[in-house]
Design a protein around this ligand. Sequence first.
Ligand code: FAD
Length: 512
Amino acid sequence: MSDTDIIVIGSGIGGLSCAALLARYGYRVTVCESHTIPGGAAHSFKVDGFKFDSGPSLYSGLSYSPSANPLRQVLDAIGEDVKWANYDTWGCCLPEGEFETKVGGDQFCDVLAQLRGKEAIAQWRSLQKFMEPYSKAATALPVAALRSDLGAALTLGSQSIGLLPHLSRLPKLTGSFSALMDETVTDPFIRNWLEMLCFLLSGLPADATSAAAVSFMFADWYKPNVRLDYPIGGSGALVNALIRGLRKGKGTLRLDTHVEQIIVQKNRALGVKLRDGKAIRAKVAVISNASIWDTLKLLPKDSMPPELVKEKAATPECDSFMHLHLGIDAAGLPKNLACHYIVVNDWELGITSPQNLILISIPSILDPSLAPKGKHVIHAYTPGNEPFDMWEDMDRKSDSYDRLKTERTGMIWRAIRRVIPDIRDRCDVTLAGTPLTHARFLRRHHGTYGPALAAGQASFPGPKTPIKGLLCCGDSTFPGIGLPAVAASGMIAAHTIAPVSKHLKMLKEIGV
Ligand SMILES: Cc1cc2nc3c(=O)[nH]c(=O)nc-3n(C[C@H](O)[C@H](O)[C@H](O)COP(=O)(O)OP(=O)(O)OC[C@H]3O[C@@H](n4cnc5c(N)ncnc54)[C@H](O)[C@@H]3O)c2cc1C
């Protein structure tokens, strides 16, 4: 049995953020990743010279600091960065028509002028004004100061003063966004737009999406002159920056290292047993970056009360994804192609309904190094709206699986055709992914986007578990799904272990 101070199970952005910070604080950290590529849902992979993002395409608040984005705060704390491309324009293919929209300032009003008229513009402006204090409240406390122990009184102490003027907003911030939306917006198009943004943020509609998360987004996207970010080199470049941070300290990343079981004795996590039969002892803690359902599978029987296991296993799940990863010939494509398109087929169906919302990302527009000369990479997907149950019992080698794959990617092809009509004739590489691909390559239970915990009705748990020395981070823990959120969860888990003095020193250094 080898030994280390801390074992992190999984190299998702949550796990790597946690591990890199702990390495910065001087711990010996061993990250055990089951896959041969690090990054979890945010890994990059290469096929025939095309570099694809497995997951995220939308990044913001990362190319400058200090920033309210917790992932930026992690990068600052570990002294790492990536090069960022910036942009502000998305393409939209909506039931109302096809147009471009920009983040930042007032540009959405031009869209509303075209589609809805003066009353809608007035509503949007009053929503922006209405959201201002909520956005200030949501960003008043830097996530980097949070920890899940009494030390929080010290790390949050000086920062809490910034929260005082916003205390009256807190009750609504902890509820769902629809409560705020209902107070200000009646225009059906704006409501549909906001429902869509909520779904992209949380995998849930507005009445289940946290008001704090939307307020945070408003602070980030609708301020003057804001630009969105894309990491040069793809999501893998971001993963590599975190790994560099890990390795600068006493951190090790072990790929192709599947954890079979967490070793628990007398209600304390002592280490992990690997698939190859070897074991690693953790002197300080084991931290699971796997989802709640996948973490439960790693616990020895009887290590937690059965009712608690049952309750945790019953955590509601967001749906999964269908993907197309394409390497295409770019010859003759319009020069003004946007790097992202949002396609909605029918607002009436509801934004969460399967096959209705499709995202198309063409990141090689921002970073040509992702594709061979004269080519583009495309990642088009249905975000968190593909039910797992229709795939559950399928054999991936069967004809019926291939048929269903063809049927369910049909909508994605049709969406891409709205942007690139001859897409089928341009493909050098075509990869179709299903919820089974998702479950298999991301080691995620049911290929789920994450827990479907409705704001105001349920809350994401913190990093601690009933087993001593076992903590969790990632999208099954507070504050939830998405890169900023999982980086925040990684920070909170790391700071729950790290000494307050080191934590305070780091806060001073990164200037938040
Ligand atoms: C298609 C898609 C698009 C997205 N788009 C965006 C976006 O535009 N913007 C945004 O902010 N967010 C986006 N997200 C969400 C974001 O990517 C995820 O919320 C986040 O990356 C999850 O990170 P995590 O650390 O919680 O876990 P994961 O990324 O799931 O990582 C967990 C890791 O643990 C490993 N693991 C599991 N079990 C074991 C085991 N037993 N032993 C060893 N290793 C194990 C897994 O292999 C995996 O690498 C998107 C997600 C997807 C899937």
